[in-house]
Design a protein around this ligand. Sequence first.
Ligand SMILES: O=C(O)CCC(=O)C(=O)O
Ligand SMILES: [Fe+2]
Length: 444
Amino acid sequence: GPSTCGDTHNRCLQWAHEGKCTNAGDKKYMRQNCAASCEFCAIEDQVCDAESKTCMAESSNPIRQVDKPMTFTWWHKLESGPMTVEWISPSDEAVLLGTLEPGSSHVVNTFPDHVFRLRDAGTERVILTIRMFPGHDSMLVEQPFLDMIADCEDRPAENWSGSCAAQAEQGECLRNPGFMTVFCSASCHACHLRAREQRCTRQNLDMGQRPILQPGDMDALFEGFESRWSEYNATVLHRSPWIVTFDNFLKDDEIEGLLGQVEGKYERSSDLGVADKFGDNAKIISDVRTSNTAWCTADCETTPGPAAILERIVKIINVPLTNFESIQVLRYQTDEYYKQHHDGSDGDNDLPGGPRIYTFFLYLSDVEEGGETFFPKLNLTMKPRKGSALLWPSVLSDRPSSMDSLTSHAALPVTKGLKLAANTWVHLFNNRVPNRWGCTGPIR
Ligand SMILES: O=C(O)CCC(=O)C(=O)O
Ligand SMILES: [Fe+2]
């Protein structure tokens, strides 16, 4: 159970902003389940560094997580008789640890990546085998849970050339849990983590509980913004919502660096479908956006160009890189567009990373004709110019868990030439840990 003070539900912050922490009917639930969002916790209980406001997860390094001791508890909630608990050693030896009586619990001190097996003590039938994952520290062994994991098998994608068993052997289950628990769940003994509600709570991900914005923080950021960032010619085009442009934000060699890194990685732009019962979000191709997309992921973002760009954005918006998605490069050819949409939705409060709070948009080319970014509700149009940038929020300053519908926007069709641009999306909470765990696509 929760030993440190925190939220047990991802949507806690939204509920807190709706006044549920003090509302008579909800207060009890909120005290028990949303202590962090209701600010009932002492600061020192929280994983985040309050001073610098960084919510860098203590244990976001998976290698370190493996070394970190953990305590795991099983609760025997089955009608049947006693169960035995065994530790399966790396050389596949079963070591008997004890017997678990119906209605009672069994606690082991262990480490992430260790494997345990429960058997019916009478028939010796294997009831379940599970691998230890950090943050997931207890399990109710009950019939609905066993039904959920019953049909569990590896189901790697057809075009994947790896072997689940070999990858599991090499420690990939913990290093890359988002991919491995979904596609190699049997080999990882991680069938219990296929379901998003098991795998993707902020508490289970051990990622910190503090949102990067409190009500009002965003307004404070943009006060005096133009003079603070005059080196990039920051101009406030609109207040409430804040829309800011930067001339000469990018140097040519940074643009070349970024584009060079993603060359050959472009795919037709898609949206993510709702997670299936295996925890996977399928890509959906639609006519809402017709461009091509390439991601600047781990290897790319540490190269000089992208690294310098990200470092500057971190400084300007005062949010650590842990809350960022990878840079997404966009390529629009003639007649391509992205119809009116919003970069966030209220449902994003159910994601451990929370909603996107900012889009820091980069223009990587000039465009001969068309390709403007257009905000219909604000009647604002931004003509793409190589090296410039545009910053807008997805949420309200007064209530950072709520979408600001005024910032819906479109990419108008390119009518002549080519448009290269990039999204840098920034979340209310750490988004790096959720991304590694496959917890970023929509749930419903
Ligand atoms: O290309 C543009 O100007 C905007 C693109 C956009 O809104 C998006 O990718 O979400
Ligand atoms: Fe957008």
